[in-house]
Design a protein around this ligand. Structure first.
Ligand code: NAP
Ligand code: G4F
Length: 412
C-alpha cells in the first residue's frame, strides 16, 4: 500500500487529491496549519479520527508549516512517503503584490525547505511540484513546455524559483521530481476570493436577496479555466510514469473574465449589458427571468468595477497547448468551460438553499467522478455557518435534487 504526503491538503486541490488517493487505497498524510478557527472543512468529510476508529483511518493530519524546516524534515523522516505532492503555497496572485516577501518565503523557499528535508532524510519519494501557468506571464498564448517564462507578479516569480528548484533536485540528486504546469482550475471548492468563485457565490447571494453588487477588477483578462478534480488526476498520473518530466495541463480554450460573468448570469436567466469605461465599468441587468424578479430587476447594477482590484501588472491571456500531456499522459479534459460555469453556479445556488437549474450537477454525475464526495458545506443553511450535514445526508440531498430536476424535465 502506497503512502503519500500532501502539503496544502486543506486547499481546493489538496482536498480533491486526498479523496483520489484514498479511493486508490493510499495511506494519506497531510500537513495542516494551526489556525484559531477550523480550517479543515474541505476534508472533514473524509477524515476519520484515528483514536476512535479501529484500523479504519487512512488519512492522518499533522501540524506543520512550510516556514518550519525542522518539522518538515521530521515529518518526511517519520512518514517515509512514497510520493510527496507539494501543493502548499500562498497562492493568490493579487495578494502576492501586498505580501511579496511572505509569498517568496512560503511559495518559493517553502519548496526548497521541503526538497532539502527529502534530500537530508535519505528517503527518495517521488515529488510533485504545483507549478503554475502564471510563470508564462507576458508570453503570448498558446503556452507549452517550451514557452519562455515571463512572470508578472511576486507569486509567479516565487513559483518560477520553485519550478527551477524541482528541476535542479532532479538533475543534481536524481530525485523523481515532476512539475505540473497547471492552468487555472476551479470547482465548487475554489477559494471565495478567486474570480470564478467570487462571481458564482455573489450571484447565489444576489438570488437569495443577501447581496446587490459584486465588485471586480480587470474584465478583459483571458484565462484557460478547467475543472479541478480532473487536474488532480493528472498530478497522480505524472508520478506513475517511468521517467520524471514536466507537463502543461489546461483545456486549450480561453475565455475572458467578462464572458465568465455574462455566462454565469445568463445561465440563471439574467442578461447583462456593460456601461462606462474600463476602471469604472458597470454590469447592468438588461432582462431577468421572472423567477428572480423579486430580488433582481432590470437596471440593477450587479457588477461594479473598482480600480483597487486591478493588479500592478496583469497577465493578459493564458491558453494551454496540451500536446505533450495529450500524447504522453493521454490527457483529454472532459469538463468544458460551459460545464464548469454550470457546475459552479449550481453548487453555489445549492449552498444557498436555492433550487439550481441543475445542468452542471447533471454533467458532474454523468461524467462519474465516483471518488468525489459531495462538497463539505452546509447545503441547507448557506455558507455562513459552515455547519456540516452528515455526508450521507448531503449526498442524499444532492441526489434528491437531481432526481427532482430530471423528473421535472420528464426524463425519469
Ligand atoms: P489553495 O486553495 O489556496 O490552497 C493552498 C494550500 O496551501 C492550503 O491548504 C493552505 O493552507 C496551504 N498553505 C498556505 N500557506 C501555507 C504555509 N505557510 N504552510 C503550509 N501550508 C500552507 O490553492 P489550490 O488552488 O488548491 O492550489 C494548489 C497549489 O497549486 C498551490 O500551490 C497553487 O499555487 C498551485 N496552482 C493552483 C492553480 C489553480 O488554478 N488552482 C493553478 C496552478 C497552480 P490553509 O488552508 O491553512 O490556508
Ligand atoms: O481567479 P484569479 O485570482 O486567478 P489568477 O490570478 O489567474 O491565479 C490563479 O490561477 C493561477 C494559474 O494560472 C494559479 F497559479 C494561482 O494560484 C491562482 O489559482 O484571477 C483571474 C483573472 C485575473 O486576470 C484577474 O485580474 O480575473 C481577474 N479579476 C478581475 N476581477 C479578478 C477580479 N480576480 C480576482 N481574484 N478578483 C477580482 O475581483
Amino acid at each position: 500500500m502506497k503512502v503519500a504526503l500532501i502539503t496544502g491538503i486543506t486547499g481546493q486541490d489538496g482536498s480533491y487529491l486526498a479523496e483520489l488517493l484514498l479511493s486508490k487505497g493510499y495511506t494519506v498524510h497531510g500537513i495542516i496549519r494551526r489556525s484559531s478557527v477550523f480550517n479543515t472543512n474541505r476534508i472533514d468529510h473524509v477524515y476519520k479520527d484515528p483514536n476512535a476508529v479501529n484500523g479504519e483511518a487512512q488519512l492522518f493530519l499533522h501540524y506543520g508549516d512550510l516556514s518550519d524546516p525542522g518539522l518538515l524534515t521530521e515529518l518526511i523522516y517519520n512518514i517515509r512517503p512514497d510520493e510527496v505532492y507539494h501543493l502548499g503555497a500562498q497562492s493568490h496572485v493579487r495578494v502576492s503584490f501586498d505580501m511579496p516577501e511572505y509569498t517568496g518565503n512560503i511559495t518559493a523557499m517553502g519548496t526548497t525547505r521541503l526538497l532539502e528535508a527529502i534530500r537530508r532524510s535519505g528517503i527518495r519519494p517521488r515529488f510533485y511540484q504545483a507549478s503554475s501557468s502564471e510563470m508564462f506571464g507576458a508570453a503570448p498564448p498558446p503556452q507549452n513546455e517550451q514557452t519562455p517564462f515571463a512572470p508578472q507578479s511576486p507569486y509567479a516569480v516565487a513559483k518560477l524559483y520553485a519550478y527551477w528548484m524541482a528541476c535542479n533536485y532532479r538533475d543534481a540528486y536524481g530525485l523523481f521530481a515532476c512539475n505540473g504546469i497547471l492552468f487555472n482550475h476551479e470547482s465548487p471548492r475554489r477559494g471565495e476570493t478567486f474570480l470564478t468563485r467570487k462571481v458564482t457565490r455573489a450571484l447565489a447571494f444576489m438570488l437569495s436577496g443577501k447581496q446587490k453588487t459584486v465588485y471586480l477588477g480587470n474584465l478583459d483578462a483571458y484565462r484557460d479555466w478547467g475543472y479541478a478534480p480532473e487536474y488532480v488526476q493528472m498530478m497522480w498520473l505524472m508520478l506513475q510514469q517511468d521517467q520524471p518530466d514536466d507537463y502543461v495541463v489546461g483545456t486549450g480554450e480561453m475565455h475572458s473574465v467578462r464572458q465568465f460573468v455574462e455566462d454565469a448570469f445568463a445561465y440563471v436567466g439574467i442578461e447583462l449589458e456593460w456601461r462606462g469605461q474600463r476602471q469604472h465599468e458597470q454590469g447592468v441587468v438588461r432582462s431577468v427571468d421572472t423567477r428572480w424578479n423579486h430580488v433582481v430587476r432590470s437596471g440593477d447594477v450587479v457588477v461594479q468595477v473598482l480600480p483597487k482590484y486591478f493588479r500592478p501588472t496583469e497577465v493578459d491571456a493564458l491558453r494551454a497547448d496540451i500536446t505533450k500531456a495529450r500524447q504522453k499522459l493521454g490527457w483529454e479534459p472532459q469538463v468544458t468551460y460551459r460545464d464548469l460555469v454550470r457546475i459552479m453556479v449550481d453548487y453555489d445556488l445549492l449552498f444557498e438553499g436555492l433550487h439550481p437549474p441543475g445542468e452542471g450537477i447533471e454533467c458532474e454525475q454523468r461524467l462519474g467522478y465516483g471518488w468525489i464526495q459531495q462538497p463539505p458545506y452546509n447545503v441547507t443553511g448557506g455558507l455562513d455557518s459552515y455547519q456540516r450535514l452528515p455526508v450521507k445526508a448531503e449526498r442524499q440531498l444532492v441526489r434528491t435534487i437531481v432526481e427532482l430536476l430530471a423528473e421535472a424535465e420528464g426524463k425519469w
